[in-house]
Design a protein. Structure first.
Lengths: 181, 419
């Protein structure tokens, strides 16, 4: 591959990553604050109102949670936060590690394409299933999962491009605050 | 069908594919191989996990911990722990242990604890004359106390797979956490006496110690507030987690005055990422769990164990050995989510309380976080101490012995976890 094509491809993947990161961070912040406000107001309402809280207090957060989760999943792919067993990877040389990572990324991309098609198909069907209080369709949650799989595919693809062009050292290293053990 | 699942999962793990993805892909491969079941089961199972109201507690407990420890309160806690332990022989080492207990009341992650405490305390301990491998071993092992003291993320995950009350699990985690801390403090004291380590800093007066305790009080009260809130039924675990965030925000804004929009934003994004990591594993484990249940693996496993090992004492021992082995290569959350659905029915057949089982699992898999050759807190601590894995491992065994003793007590004395 020519140097200019390599530079263009790397710049493009960085641009895609930047866009995905800003989008997901915005979603996490917005939904996180909304969940915080909803759940707090329900605790207050439970003790302040005779009705014992808002009827939608469980329903609405549950509908918002998939959006928050999928944005977090995509961000974690970018930051290398998802836990993996890297024993074999550590045993390999640079080229072997690059090949192993590329095979792994390819499997993830293909699998999520198949999964995404299934999720979007199911989302259309689940539009008829509505929540009891607000009447929100379940399809919202499925669309959130579907968009999440698209983001996972995009971020895994940009990671794969960087690993192919730069090497295994292009893999992100997670910070301790992003680990949950 | 389950064998295909296990084989696919193993191959994907060896390819260094993240556990969450590996679980989902392995389940997809299994369903495709079986041919009769639709792939939409994966989508349905993934979606169902996102509709769990109790799981909403996860991001907010993480956010509360991040908000509290990221500011001045974290420094106050550390100052209190170090000065409180200065009076003891081996005090600098014990500081890590005590700090793990007090940080455990705010955070719920051993890895974050090992990193946060290690980066401040290990260089300080080395300057006081303690060898780097000992500091690393002490830091790696003490970090596990964090996941036993409420709020504990692994215990929340266990409640998901076992349907045990989070309040019961949080209450049950306190005593083993404190026993582990007590054992480590005594060990640090013994090591310091045996090797002749003397603290370079003079102990502070009682008045100064009382002042530091007062400054740290808001954080020290957090686990008490959480437990009281849950026990008195003031709010659900999810709402308690949200209230913990508000508590952290009020403290940062009003008392410590160190909150900024940038810090809040960073903490929220961190919580979002950590939630994404754990929820992907939960979604993947749910699909795998569905396949295993469809194949009647938990029931058959329980029947097989019942027929092979009739003595409950040996069943618990076998569980512990398996957990120790699994905990070495596999991280704590996926191990809980994968083994929980298999162990809970097995525990029921031998009369083992699910709360006790939860503590055994978390404690055991927590030990896996520093058991060589793979261990996250072991790697982090060794790296911060700038020593080698081999040297740290040599110092690790006495701490490992204390942890195993606590594990055995938790495994065979139910009164220590069920009260």
């Amino acid at each position: 591959m020519s140097e200019s094509a390599r530079t263009t491809l790397l710049a493009l993947s960085e641009r895609v990553d930047w866009l995905v990161a800003r989008f997901c961070e915005g979603v996490v912040l917005l939904i996180g604050c909304a969940l915080l406000a909803l759940l707090t107001s329900n605790v207050v309402a439970r003790y302040a109102l005779d009705s014992g809280g808002f009827r939608f207090a469980q329903e609405l957060p549950e509908r918002l949670f998939p959006v928050f989760i999928m944005a977090g999943v995509a961000l974690a792919v970018q930051k290398g936060g998802h836990m993996a067993v890297e024993t074999v990877l550590a045993m390999l040389g640079r080229n072997g590690a690059r090949l192993l990572l590329l095979v792994g990324h390819a499997i993830v991309i293909v699998s999520y394409v198949v999964l995404g098609v299934e999720i979007f198909g199911l989302a259309e069907i689940m539009a008829i299933d509505r929540s009891p209080v607000l009447g929100l369709p379940s399809s919202y949650g499925y669309y959130a999962l579907g968009i999440g799989t698209v983001l996972i595919i995009l971020t895994t693809l940009t990671l794969a491009i960087r690993v192919a062009l730069i090497g295994p050292e292009a893999m992100p290293i997670p910070g301790p605050e992003e680990q949950i053990s | 069908m389950s064998l295909v699942l296990v084989a696919a999962f193993t191959v994907l793990m060896l390819l260094a594919i993240p556990v969450g993805h590996a679980l989902i892909v392995a389940a997809g491969v299994t369903l495709a191989w079986q041919g009769q079941l639709p792939l939409t089961i994966i989508a349905q199972q993934m979606y169902q996990q996102t509709q769990s109201f109790p799981m909403l507690a996860l991001p907010f407990f993480m956010l509360a911990g991040s908000l509290m420890l990221g500011g001045k309160l974290g420094s106050e806690l550390l100052a209190f722990a170090s000065k409180a332990m200065q009076r003891w022989r081996g005090g600098p080492l014990s500081t890590t242990v005590v700090a793990s207990v007090v940080f455990g009341g705010v955070s719920g992650s051993a890895v974050a604890n090992a990193s946060a405490l290690g980066s401040v305390l290990i260089p300080w301990q080395k300057r006081q004359g303690y060898p780097a491998p000992l500091c690393a071993a002490n830091n790696a092992t003490s970090a596990i106390i964090d996941i036993l003291i409420p709020p504990s993320i692994p215990l929340i995950l266990y409640s998901l797979v076992s349907n045990v009350s989070i309040a019961d699990l949080f209450t049950a985690g306190i005593l083993p956490g404190l026993m582990m801390a007590g054992g480590f403090v005594l060990l640090c004291n013994y090591i310091a006496r045996k090797r002749g380590y003397v603290s370079a800093e003079a102990p502070v007066g009682k008045r100064e110690l009382a002042r530091l305790a007062w400054r740290s009080m808001p954080a020290l009260l957090m686990p008490v507030i959480i437990l009281l809130g849950l026990r008195l039924g003031i709010a659900t675990p999810t709402e308690i987690a949200v209230l913990a965030v508000l508590y952290a925000l009020v403290l940062s804004l009003m008392l410590y005055r160190d909150m900024s929009w940038a810090r809040f934003r960073a903490s929220m994004v961190e919580a979002g990422v950590a939630t994404g990591v754990v929820m992907l594993v939960i979604m993947g484990s749910a699909i795998v769990g569905w396949i295993l249940t469809f194949d009647q693996v938990p029931q058959r496993f329980a029947e097989w164990v019942g027929a092979t090992i009739s003595n409950p004492f040996l069943v618990i021992l076998a569980m512990n050995v398996l957990l120790l082995l699994v905990g070495m290569p596999i991280d704590l959350p996926p191990a809980i989510l994968l083994l929980g659905p298999i162990f809970v029915p097995l525990a029921a057949t031998i009369g083992l309380d699910p709360v006790q089982l939860g503590i055994i699992m978390v404690l055991n898999l927590g030990i896996g976080l520093y058991t060589p050759p793979i261990g996250t807190t072991l790697f982090i601590s060794t790296s911060i101490a700038r020593t080698t894995l081999g040297e740290t491992t040599k110092e690790l065994w006495s701490f490992f012995g204390v942890a195993m003793l606590v594990l055995l007590l938790m495994s065979y004395v139910p009164a220590l976890t069920i009260y």
